[in-house]
Design a protein. Sequence first.
Length: 365
Amino acid sequence: MARVVVVGGGYGGVTVAKGLDPFAEVVLVEQKDEFVHHAAALRAAVDEVWQHTIFMPYTNLLKNGSFVQGTVSRVEGTTVHVFGREPIEADYVVLATGSSYPFPAKYSSSRAQVAKARLDQLHANLRDAKSVLLVGGGTVGIEFTGELASSFPDLEITIVERESDILSTPGYSEELRSEIRSQLEELGVRIITGTQLAYLPPHNVGELGHFVVHTTSGEAVEADTWFQCHGARPNSGYLAGTEYEARLHPNGTIRVNANLQVVGSDRVYAVGDLTDVRESKRADAARQQARVVMANICAQIDGGEATHVYHPTKEWVILPLGPTMGASQLLDADGNSRVIGAEQTAEIKGTDLMVSVIRAQLNLP
Ligand SMILES: Cc1cc2nc3c(=O)[nH]c(=O)nc-3n(C[C@H](O)[C@H](O)[C@H](O)COP(=O)(O)OP(=O)(O)OC[C@H]3O[C@@H](n4cnc5c(N)ncnc54)[C@H](O)[C@@H]3O)c2cc1C
């Protein structure tokens, strides 16, 4: 049986591993001891119940294959090196190591207990804070604002966004921006755009401690705590010094062809945030890419060619502002964008944050 080693057990890696489990000997290598459902991490940052909901065990995922908890130190050809273990020889490798993001959107610790302890401290700090500064008005900054405003209605929230408007990702419509802006106004959020902080606050993110900072245009912002809501970085450091280094872009993403093979490699694929696919990075895209990779590896196992192609979609986003507010930009069957408001956004994502979908994928009750 062909052996497929999947490096990284996020949304993309889990989809590939589960999909190939009946057809190949799958080894999933993941540094974390539990799956983290990042799409709900900002709710977990403000809510103690959700703090437990977003961590899910890998135990039920694979029926035939194996889960290895470990950190991949390098990949040479199709040999995967894991710290403290024998190298794993593979017939096919799928790189799915995703990206890192500042706390509380993602966690640096590989132990769920450590991440939960940090969340406990964050909840205590937020209960005592009267004001908060969010640096970055993209999807993470906006979604976090909604969660903070919903759980702490008296909290004064300021967003500083470097671009001339919030949600500056190309492809987001003016209708979406304007709907979100008016809901933020309703929540009393102060939004400063077109400028950036002249210097960072004197405390770590999420720590409690009153401070005043200034923007480069001279505006003062006073707050009790702050968060960095920008700065996703692809996790590709383990490819430095290997033959794959030449296929990394300066921003850390890896070059893939339309079949999602790492360029120049027949049997090494990549999916998700790690890739240089030209569309915004989403769990949903990672899962769709995983399906293309599964089809290509199955074809190769059967002696055929990798002919399945991934087609990036137009921009779409579901943007809850807490459990009951928000707006979304969706695509209809013809690929045209339309914006929906709070009620439908809450139905699609705001209430459940897609937990049931992810639990089902991990074969959890
Ligand atoms: C706050 C927030 C909310 C979001 N909401 C949504 C949403 O609603 N909908 C949506 O579609 N997208 C959402 N996204 C984006 C989505 O989370 C990412 O696009 C998605 O996580 C990418 O999946 P991935 O499988 O590529 O990587 P990841 O989910 O980042 O997983 C990569 C995995 O690889 C592991 N890993 C890394 N390096 C190594 C190594 N050397 N050895 C072993 N394991 C390693 C990591 O521990 C991690 O588990 C959100 C992101 C954030 C931060």
